[in-house]
Design a binder for this molecule. Structure first.
Ligand code: PMP
Length: 394
């Protein structure tokens, strides 16, 4: 029977990782996979995370099952981190999930349970796994214009026109900050206009918040999400702790569902717990406990915030350095967008053959759509990349 399975196309980014590994050239540069790396190319364990684990090891006495929806202290701490003062626990259902990916999957399952005829509107482009999951689930996907290849910024007029087509019963997927793969983001004034459209159409926003703290800071990166939650009664938020806590492999995330009233919240909470039960039963505990311990211990929280700021500042400096090298080498300001993009990624807007040339001639690996991971750079590789970009005629 298993022989009937069809071969699955490998994940492009994971395939690129394999190719990079097998490349024997000295000085090769990996700007592919979306993982934060320090100047030595290492993905460190954050100090507060290690200390939280030490404290957990000293205090935990059991590994018995925990709560089906996840630990209340984790969900409350995440609700506050994401929604700030606007968090309304009495109206917000929460679910611990297997990473941000699990949160997105459960959000889509939940939305489909509420409306089997829904359509999902996603930005063009978006994180490829969004579309892959939706296709696998058989959900109709509609795209909305997002990236303007001429300016490398957001095509906001196109976006507004396209999301206005979403109706009540549809879902509009929005990146809360640090858009993946483009690095181009909405201003807070634009978020307000998106809220106007959602208010008018009644479509349900699903906000994917995978990089809070990687763009303009923990508060600023949540501002769009908070604005939507303050204006729209029903909002789904899929939050990932992989990047901002550096706990990728612990698979930690949550789904927050802000509901219009307490009765709907209870109904939604029950449906969300049911979804965990059907999928994997209890969600992973360890990563969620790390996050709750860090966020609820003033000393660890302060240290985590300080280290996250170091990480964010480092990426911003690399952006500015790369933009200024490119300004000097190209004699133009056409790469200035790199300094105004935010998060780990920037889309260069280069055609596939030039991306291929960077790989073959210069041993510089980036995703085929010309997405580069800024965190894959350091002081000595920035000038190498800048020269290669100009020499490849990008
Ligand atoms: N959304 C976006 C936009 C992402 O880039 C990622 C991670 N690559 C995720 C969600 C999922 O993250 P996680 O590893 O927590 O599943």
């Amino acid at each position: 029977m298993l022989g009937n399975l069809k071969p699955q196309a490998p994940d492009k980014i994971l395939a690129l990782m394999g190719e990079f590994k097998a490349d024997p050239r000295q000085g090769k540069i990996d700007l592919g996979v979306g993982v934060y790396k320090d100047a030595d190319g290492h993905t460190p364990i954050m100090r507060a995370v290690l200390e939280a684990e030490r404290r957990m090891l000293d205090s935990e006495t059991t590994k018995t099952y925990s709560a089906l929806s996840g630990e209340p202290d984790f969900l409350k701490a995440m609700g506050e981190l994401v929604l700030g003062a606007g968090y309304k626990p009495e109206l917000t259902a929460g679910l611990a999930t297997v990473g941000g990916t699990g949160a997105i999957r459960q959000a889509l399952e939940l939305a489909r349970m509420a409306n089997p005829d829904l359509r999902i509107f996603v930005s063009d482009p978006t994180w490829p796994n969004h579309v892959s999951i939706m296709n696998f689930m058989g959900l109709p996907v509609e795209t909305y214009r997002y990236f303007d290849n001429a300016t490398r910024g957001v095509d906001f007029e196109g976006m507004k026109t396209d999301i206005a087509r979403a109706k009540k019963g549809d879902v509009v997927l929005l990146h809360g900050c640090c858009h993946n793969p483009t690095g181009a983001n909405l201003t807070i004034e634009e978020w307000a206009e998106v809220a106007d459209i959602l208010e008018k159409t009644g479509a349900l926003p699903l906000i994917d918040l995978a990089y809070q703290g990687f763009g303009d800071g923990l508060e600023a990166d949540a501002a769009g999400t908070r604005l939507i939650a303050s204006r729209i009664p029903e909002v789904l938020i899929a939050a990932s702790c992989s990047k901002n806590f550096g706990i990728y492999r612990e698979r930690t995330g949550c789904l927050l569902a802000q509901c219009k009233d307490a009765a709907t919240r209870d109904l939604t909470q029950g449906a969300m717990a049911f979804l965990n039960r059907q999928t994997y039963s209890f969600p992973p505990f360890h990563g969620a406990k790390i996050v709750a311990t860090v966020l609820n211990s003033p000393d660890l929280r302060a240290d985590w915030m300080a280290e996250l700021e170091e990480v964010r500042g480092g990426m911003l400096r690399l952006r500015e350095q790369l933009a200024s090298e490119l300004r000097a080498l190209s004699g133009s300001d056409r790469f200035d967008f790199i300094a105004s993009h935010r998060g780990m990624f920037s889309r260069l807007g280069a055609p596939a053959d030039k991306v291929q040339r960077l790989k073959e001639e210069f041993a510089i690996y980036m995703v085929g759509d010309s997405r580069l991971n800024i965190a894959g750079l350091n002081d000595s590789t920035v000038p190498i990349l800048a020269r290669a970009i100009v020499e490849a005629g990008i």
